[in-house]
Design a protein around this ligand. Structure first.
Ligand code: HEC
Ligand code: HEC
Length: 249
């Protein structure tokens, strides 16, 4: 009874929400559009967020389980552990993101008494720097969520020279690029030539395609198609996987 009463009392954050930029302070000042669709059930919350910043449109989809225990997830393609729980009427989310250095994010979602504004506060560290933002969202009519409910463009539709990861939603494709970078070390230019992502002139990009095919093959053959072996499994942040505990090249 106690637990179900607790759930019954947690506010329902469901709906379509749009950031009020005049009242918000964002980490990334180049964001010009920010809308989220929240779909809440007894067990959790699904958040679909569409932003537009200087790199163009980006969609992130995150699911929170209200179990109060850490669950596996990912943030922008980087593996993470995510914990969500209701505390004093607010949804509190803690994330540990296993990037080159551990990143932590603490988020709270608080609904105003009239149910028309939602305040999302974030603090923590991203890429070694402190991260801090406060976004005031205003409730929109449900019809405003049409775009958020539509599937995103695929990578093949958005980009010029995608040969393997064609059907992946464009934002997930960019997330995969972040995971590749974490896995092999360096930055995007480990595999790309400067400012031309479509070009195949960097030989590591060509090798990376073979690696994608190889990794898929291993998972299909030995792990029933589950993503058990991934780039980091072998590379551990290095271009040349090690065969014994040796000094990094
Ligand atoms: C380990 C190698 C590797 C790294 C590191 C990497 N990429 Fe890629 N990238 C690829 C491969 C391979 C493709 C092509 C995938 C395919 O054909 O399905 C690609 C394609 C792309 C494309 C599509 C370009 C087009 O128009 O066809 C973009 C955009 C892109 N990468 C962005 C990035 C960004 C941004 C980073 C750094 C955060 C990055 N990549 C890091 C291997 C890499
Ligand atoms: C089963 C282990 C394994 C997995 C999984 C794996 N790789 Fe590799 N990768 C290797 C080995 C071994 C080499 C050859 C290294 C060398 O030449 O020293 C290599 C080479 C590369 C190279 C070229 C480096 C160079 O200097 O020549 C790139 C880029 C690369 N891998 C990217 C990836 C990406 C991206 C993924 C995930 C899609 C991936 N690898 C998954 C084992 C792996």
């Amino acid at each position: 009874m106690g637990a179900s009463l607790g759930l019954a009392q947690s506010p329902d954050l469901s709906g379509v929400w749009k950031a009020n930029f005049a009242q918000s302070s964002l980490d990334d000042p180049s964001i010009t559009s920010y809308a989220i669709l929240l779909e809440q059930s007894a067990g959790g919350l699904k958040e679909t967020a569409d932003t537009v910043n200087r790199y163009g449109p980006y969609r992130s989809i995150t699911t929170y389980q209200f179990s109060g225990r850490e669950a596996r997830g990912s943030v922008h393609g980087i593996p993470a552990r995510i914990k969500a729980a209701w505390e004093g009427g607010a949804l509190v989310v803690d994330m540990r993101i296993f990037n080159t250095q551990l990143e932590t994010l603490h988020k709270t979602y608080r609904l105003a008494g009239d149910g028309k504004t939602l305040t999302m506060e974030t603090s923590g560290t991203r890429e070694g720097r402190p991260a801090q933002s406060k976004v005031i969202f205003e409730k929109q009519p449900d019809a405003a969520g049409a775009l958020l409910r539509q599937p995103e463009q695929t990578a093949a539709q958005r980009f010029k020279n995608v040969q393997l990861l064609k059907d992946v939603p464009a934002s997930r494709f960019i997330d995969a690029m972040h995971y590749f970078t974490l896995s092999v070390g360096g930055d995007c230019e480990t595999c790309h030539v400067h400012e031309d992502f479509a070009s195949d002139a960097n030989k590591h990009k060509v090798t990376a395609r073979k690696m994608i095919t190889m990794t898929r093959g291993i998972n299909e053959q030995y792990f029933e198609g589950k993503n058990e072996v991934r780039c980091y499994s072998c590379h551990h942040g290095m271009k040349h996987p090690q065969i014994a505990p040796m000094p990094k090249p």
